[in-house]
Design a protein around this ligand. Structure first.
Ligand code: ATP
Ligand code: MN
Length: 462
């Protein structure tokens, strides 16, 4: 079927042509002389207006042309006299491809709440809001690959099923084919995982970093971009149980190089969206967040503040603020603390570095002080932590000491330690939660609204 997408119809050069356009009816209105259909096909936030001269059509034929129905229209693209659009289609024919019973189609009127739309996530991409968010999401995914490709990074596919239980980033979802109602047991009464599919316990990955390090210490610079899973019971607007993560890992990089890469990277992605998703971002700004475009430009135009954890804690302690979670040196900073620094104190994105070793993962490089590690988190307005990363401990003995100190089960980790046994190099990397970036760029406030089908505790619908 030959059709022209609505985004192409909006090109002024198309005016005067005979076109075929297909899409879903957003609204129909008019009188007995002329009817107007607002049609959308998902290629743009903009609808095309279909003008139906009632001398050519019967009421009966137009009856199934209701909100939500799908139609195929042929006609001439002409300049529009009406307000709010530059062109419209003067229809010669309209064929209903699929009707949508007005009694049961749930997206009749505009202005449904985001909460309600989550309950009909199978249909919400048909709304302006979600089609805009999903186009921005897609553009950002492309920008990510473009950025790393332009810099010569190798896209490394790390496994989703893993047998290492020490990734350490969060609680894991078990993967098993055992019959849960009839578990095989060993002599001492434990579950006999040797009878399981992989012959041992396995789980969905919480991060591709450890395998990413294997790639980086061979290919020089790699990135991953794939789904990750965390079985944490965190019901916050910033946590999903299944989310996408981007994890670059680079050999011969120290933590400063790492910060520079992170800053360039997020700025590049935001600029890409500003450039390629103008209509969608403007729509979202108008609907949800009038300061959105300013905030995005603010991030791309300003240098991120860099400060150590110790300096950050001092600022928080001296702020005179009452936080829900107390602040002291050694405390794991909460989103309220991060947002205070970013939104109230500096009014700029912040890269915080050199955290107490106790609150960070075993693989972070120990500083000379013996107390802090070369971690770096990028903190954003409205979001808090958007990136977490570090320079990695490249020294075999120091890494082993940390592993023992933290009682990390290392029996399956010989392959990771081998990177430090054979030709070890300084290297660094970070993880960016893709949905947190999409949240920031779209101005949405709940992470459930920036992924097509969110998975959260007690919700795996659709
Ligand atoms: P947080 O403290 O916000 O839970 P984290 O310290 O667990 O984050 P990391 O393990 O460093 O995060 O993961 C790297 C990045 O992945 C984070 O900076 C964040 O952008 C994102 N991220 C982490 N957990 C989630 C989640 N449950 N849902 C969506 N994104 C997440
Ligand atoms: Mn977390």
């Amino acid at each position: 079927m030959k059709r022209t997408k609505i985004i192409e119809l909006l090109n002024p050069e198309m005016i005067g042509r005979d076109v075929t356009v297909m899409g879903w009816v957003r609204t129909r209105r008019g009188n007995k002389h002329v009817q107007f259909v607002a049609l959308n096909d998902g290629s743009t936030i903009r609808n095309i207006q279909i003008v139906l001269d009632m001398a050519k059509f019967t009421d009966e034929a137009l009856k199934p042309v209701t909100t939500g129905s799908s139609v195929c229209v042929t006609g001439k693209l002409v300049e529009s006299m009406g307000k709010g659009q530059t062109c419209e289609v003067q229809a010669d024919s309209i064929e209903v491809l699929g009707s949508a019973d007005p009694e049961s189609y749930p997206l009749q009127k505009k202005g449904h709440s985001l909460e309600f739309l989550r309950e009909i996530a199978h249909l919400r991409p048909r709304t302006n809001t979600f089609s805009a968010v999903l186009r921005v999401r897609s553009a950002l995914a492309f920008a990510i690959h473009k950025f790393f490709n332009e810099r010569g990074f190798v896209y490394l596919h790390t496994p989703l099923i893993t047998a290492s239980d020490c990734e350490g980033a969060g609680a894991m979802f078990q993967v098993t084919t055992l019959d849960l109602n009839n578990l095989p047991k060993t002599e001492d009464g434990k579950v006999d995982f040797s009878a399981d599919f992989f012959g041992k316990p396995t789980a969905l990955t919480v991060s591709g970093q450890l395998e990413g390090e294997l790639g980086a210490t061979a290919l020089g610079a790699i990135y991953t971009f794939g789904p990750t899973f965390r079985a944490e019971n965190s019901n916050t607007p910033r946590h999903l149980s299944e989310f996408w993560m981007i994890e670059p890992e680079v050999s011969f990089f120290d933590n400063n190089d790492n910060m520079e890469l992170a800053e360039d990277f997020v700025k590049y992605c935001i600029n890409y969206a500003l450039e390629h998703c103008e209509d969608d971002i403007n729509f979202l700004a108008q609907m949800y967040d009038p300061e959105l475009v300013d905030r995005l430009k603010f991030v791309t135009h300003n240098e991120f503040v860099r400060l150590t954890y110790t300096e950050g804690v001092k600022i928080l302690e001296q702020s005179g603020r009452k936080f829900e979670f107390p602040v002291y040196w050694g405390a794991d900073l909460q989103s309220e603390h991060e947002r205070y620094l970013v939104e109230k104190h500096f009014k700029k994105p912040v890269i915080m570095t050199d955290y107490p070793k106790e609150i960070k993962a075993f693989y972070m490089k120990l500083n000379e002080d013996g107390r802090t590690v070369r971690g770096m988190d990028v903190l954003f307005p409205k979001i808090g932590e958007i990136i977490g990363g570090s320079e990695r401990e490249a020294d075999y003995d120091k890494l082993l000491a940390r592993i023992e100190e933290m009682h990390i089960p290392m029996k399956d980790m010989w392959w990771y330690l081998d990177t430090r046994r054979f030709g070890t190099v300084p290297h660094a990397g970070f993880g960016l939660g893709f949905e947190r970036l999409v949240l920031f760029v779209t101005g949405m406030t709940n992470i459930r609204d920036v992924i097509p089908f969110p998975r959260t505790p007690n919700n795996a619908e659709f």
